[in-house]
Design a protein around this ligand. Sequence first.
Ligand code: FES
Length: 117
Amino acid sequence: MTEYTVEFVGTGETIEVADTETVLSSCIEAGIAQEYSCRVGMCLACSAEIVEGEVTQPAARGLTDDEAEEYALTCMARPQSDLKLDRGKYPPSIEDEEATAAGGDTDGAGGAAADDD
Ligand code: FES
């Protein structure tokens, strides 16, 4: 078992996560307010953008293969390196669904998430 450091950018929160544990379960143990719902990789509530590092998340069925390169479903993701994650960032597919559900009155900002750098 290897432990990796997972930093949540913009929050000052850092935890150690074993490569046998999911990021979410370690968050819950550490008292970090990571959102979640289904805990089976389907709802995307626990999504975080992968700013740096690698995860393995073969059971993250809510993500396309491309999305799984950039986003971690923390209920499924296990670290493969030290990580920097941006919590509460969702893949474009869920934002499209939300825009539709909200009556589509967003300004077409889907996928135009501003980058911090
Ligand atoms: S809690 Fe639903 S996908 Fe992680």
